[in-house]
Design a protein around this ligand. Structure first.
Ligand SMILES: [Zn+2]
Length: 188
């Protein structure tokens, strides 16, 4: 079951390892502004909604900082774990919205609030983000051509998540593949 993944430390470990690779690839590419060397400068975010016993290491957002004195800019590598500055794990947001958006079996907002201990305002904000902000974002524009035409700008992210689940052996593999796909959109 999809929500069970959110209590599974090894699921988050998989995402952490992917983020580690994404960050290292980004670091090796050097500063996009001045080609200077990039250094790790992570910050602790402690997002909500995941397993209680998650190692603190996984709760750090990989971030890079340019080593050139006159630049010093921050570079944020793509991430499967985090969605912008949102206070919940990206996987939690995707799972909750997918359960909500399923055409025939979609669960009510009240039920989601109980399942995830999330406020109505937060769920409504996520839905609004995927309705009006994400579809016009550069991240989505970069990758939308790679998904089936039936997955338009409407019904995100549920339709996208379900299409990955349909093409995977289990829900863990499907959700990981979807998160990796979304991370590919963030890559410059
Ligand atoms: Zn630089």
């Amino acid at each position: 079951m999809l929500p069970d993944l959110l209590r599974n430390v090894s699921f988050f470990q998989v995402l952490f390892r992917i983020d580690q690779d994404l960050a290292e690839t980004c670091r090796q590419a050097g500063c996009p502004y001045c080609q200077g060397p990039l250094y790790y400068a992570p910050y602790l975010r402690k997002p909500r909604g995941g397993p209680k016993d998650l190692p603190e290491e996984y709760q750090k957002r990989f971030s890079l900082c340019c080593g050139r004195e006159e630049c010093r800019r921050r570079v944020l590598p793509p991430s499967c774990l985090f969605l912008g500055r949102k206070v919940y794990w990206q996987a939690v947001i995707l799972v909750a919205l997918t359960l909500r958006q399923r055409r025939t079996t979609g669960v009510s907002i009240n039920r989601l609030m109980r399942m995830f201990s999330i406020s109505r305002a937060t769920i409504v904000r996520w839905l609004q983000y995927f309705r009006s902000v994400f579809p016009v974002s550069a991240s989505w524009q970069r990758i939308r051509g790679r998904v089936h035409a039936a997955i338009g700008d409407h019904g995100l992210p549920g339709l996208l998540v379900d299409s990955f689940l349909d093409h995977s052996t289990d829900s863990s593999a499907g959700l990981v593949a979807c998160l990796q796909f979304l991370a590919a959109g963030q890559a410059r």
